[in-house]
Design a protein around this ligand. Structure first.
Ligand code: ATP
Ligand code: MG
Length: 352
């Protein structure tokens, strides 16, 4: 199977992230979307490390639990690979090629662009728009070692699901952004948007322009560091510390010492990622910053980033204009909304 095989069948999106498996299925009528099924199942520590599945059986059993709990009927699934598992490159190709011709040409030329034998990789590409040279287009090429794709397939199959699509996480985020966030937030087509997904172990920058993902960078930084510091300082278990983060009740020193140190480190990560983006591309500023991922729910994080970086900042709520089936627990899914961009983008693959 290629990285992005397309099939017009109902699919459940399965985001296998480091803290949990997130499963979501959408239905569509006209241009209205509704969440039909939703389930999250925490993953044991180290089952997924740095976006790579390490313990496939434990991941499968968490997926199976999420499937059961959500009540989802379809067994067809879309998932994604990301991080160091994916290599992306910008290249220029002739503008007059059809999609098939482009695909053929890229797979013929791929060994120029990627450091692995072509038999060992899955390839995909995204035409970004006209290149500077006349009659050429700028293409974003993505490839992953097939072994990374295979382990995702194995995890889904182990849970009784049939993988139909293995997407690239950056494209799933792009899909959710252009389908939901762009209109919802009145983002002009020419704005350069830096979307930061602040997860448990990884903070990813997705730079977006004209509805497309133009740059991605991941850093090993996330909410788990804050959880671990809470455990250490206050002698709590991992679960207790995670709950305290959401529900409060920690001593006063938490905000002034622990949280503030984390927030400062986050600002540094954001600032660094933006510098990398500017030096790797022709862009030298962003018009706005969007915050996603579970750690975007830290109270006041938006105004802090805005103040320090000097760019307007919003925390995303991608579910704001999406309906919810009556079987969905509204309070639970609404609280998770910023952390569901990838799952939503994957669920959108049902409508390709
Ligand atoms: N209300 C909240 N306040 C603070 N932190 C929160 C809140 N809700 C969730 N988090 C934190 O967000 C993190 C989980 O976010 P998310 O679900 O986006 O991560 P993930 O996708 O599993 O991780 P990764 O993308 O790194 O693999 C956890 O560290 C969790 O403690
Ligand atoms: Mg994530």
């Amino acid at each position: 199977m290629g990285l992005l095989s397309k099939k017009n069948t109902p699919l459940v999106g399965v985001d296998i992230s480091s803290s949990a498996v997130k499963l979501l299925q959408l239905s569509r009528s006209g241009d209205r979307y509704r969440v039909e099924y939703y389930g999250v199942e925490p993953l044991p520590a180290n089952a997924v490390v740095e976006k790579t599945i390490k313990e496939v059986d434990r991941v499968s059993s968490s997926i199976a639990k999420a499937v059961k709990r959500s009540g989802v009927k379809t067994r067809n699934a879309a998932t994604a690979v990301s991080g160091s598992a994916v290599i992306t490159k910008f290249i220029n190709m002739p503008a007059d090629l059809t999609e098939e011709e482009l695909e053929h040409q890229l797979s013929m030329d791929a060994n120029q662009y990627i450091p692995y034998p072509i038999e060992e990789v899955s390839l995909d590409f995204n035409v970004l728009g006209p290149a500077e040279q006349p009659e050429m287009v700028n293409v974003l090429l993505a490839c992953s070692r097939s072994e990374n794709v295979d382990v995702c397939v194995e995890a889904l199959e182990g849970a009784g699901l049939t993988p139909r699509v293995v997407d690239v996480e950056a494209y799933a985020v792009e899909n959710a952004y252009s389908t939901f966030l762009k209109d919802q937030l009145n983002i002009d087509n020419n704005e350069v948007v830096a979307l930061f997904d602040i997860g448990a172990t990884t903070t990813s920058l997705h730079a977006l322009h004209q509805g497309r993902s133009i740059y991605t960078r991941e850093q090993s930084f996330g909410g788990k560091q804050l959880t671990e510091e809470i455990m250490r300082r206050y002698g709590l278990s991992y679960e207790e510390a995670g709950l305290a983060k959401r529900q409060g009740g920690l001593p006063e020193s938490y905000e002034t010492e622990v949280l503030q140190a984390f927030n400062n480190a986050l600002i540094q990560q954001i600032s660094r990622s933006l510098q990398f983006f500017f030096s790797a591309t022709d862009f030298s500023n962003v018009d706005r910053i969007l915050l996603a991922g579970g750690s975007a729910s830290i109270p006041g994080i938006d105004s802090l980033v805005e103040e320090q970086i000097g760019v307007p900042v919003q925390v995303v709520d991608p579910l704001a204009n999406i309906g919810l089936a009556s079987r969905i627990n509204k309070d639970v899914i609404k609280a998770d909304s910023p952390a569901l961009l990838t799952a939503l983008g994957l669920a959108l693959r049902s409508f390709d």
